[in-house]
Design a protein around this ligand. Structure first.
Ligand SMILES: C[S@@+](CC[C@H](N)C(=O)[O-])C[C@H]1O[C@@H](n2cnc3c(N)ncnc32)[C@H](O)[C@@H]1O
Length: 223
């Protein structure tokens, strides 16, 4: 099935609220657990960059699981960042270890080659130009930095997308969220497309791994 692109930035308040209210704990905890399995050797003082951090749910779970690491989250949507700020403020034990930056990749005002870890969950399928993801990882990550990207993968048909939506949403979920999930499944990149993106970016040593019935995991270290 051909990709049908979703809107890039989630700056609509209703959409941001619907997304932030959803329970992503299973997927987001899995994100953190898989990162720790694959890259167990983080160091005290490391700074991670979370590309497309949204409402910072992954950012917060990551910071809680790795208490010696600081995290910078970047997102283009003020509607998402406003929710993220409240979520972080509600967790004083994070002790200022998360900083949020508003910026539209690839033009974000962040220091180049400054980050020890590059993370991203569910951003890739939003990007008009997917090369933005791989360029950002290379531009902001220090040489040798682990890059860990998880996203949905595109279904083979609209029917398959509808089946997944029926399986993984509840009738009580916000309609905007149900709609977003469907749109994300049909705008996601396939593992083959991601492989081609990585080859073009000079990251052909990265691993691309389909995960469960709807995700894809991409990981590797910058050279
Ligand atoms: C589906 S949300 C994922 C949020 C978060 N990472 C999570 O897993 O909950 C995608 C986020 O990427 C942001 N985004 C999309 N394109 C972007 C860009 N070019 N630069 C920065 N943020 C972007 C959107 O505004 C949105 O908040």
């Amino acid at each position: 099935m051909e990709r049908i692109a979703e809107l890039e930035v989630m700056d609509d308040e209703e959409q941001a609220r619907g997304y932030a209210k959803a329970d992503f704990s299973e997927g987001h905890n899995r994100f953190v657990a898989l990162f720790r399995d694959i890259f167990p050797d983080t160091s005290p003082g490391d700074v991670a960059l979370d590309l497309g951090c949204g409402a910072a749910d992954v950012t917060i779970r990551f910071a809680r699981a790795l208490p010696a690491v600081r995290v910078v989250g970047i997102d283009a949507a003020e509607a998402m960042l406003a929710i993220a700020r409240d979520a972080i403020a509600a967790q004083p034990e994070l002790d200022g270890r998360i900083r949020l930056v508003r910026g539209h990749l690839p033009e974000a005002a962040l220091e180049a080659q400054a980050y020890d870890i590059i993370l991203s969950n569910s951003l890739l399928h939003h990007l008009v130009d997917p090369h933005t993801m791989w360029r950002a990882a290379q531009h902001y990550g220090k040489p040798g930095a682990p890059v860990f990207v998880m996203d949905l993968r595109r279904t083979e048909s609209r029917e398959e997308a509808r089946r997944l939506v029926a399986r993984y949403t509840q009738p009580t979920d916000a309609p905007v969220l149900i709609n977003d999930f469907y749109n994300s499944l049909i705008s996601a990149y396939t593992p083959e497309e991601i492989r081609a993106q990585l080859d073009e970016a000079g990251l052909n040593h990265f691993t691309v791994q389909p995960l469960m019935d709807r995700y894809v995991l991409v990981h590797g270290r910058l050279r």
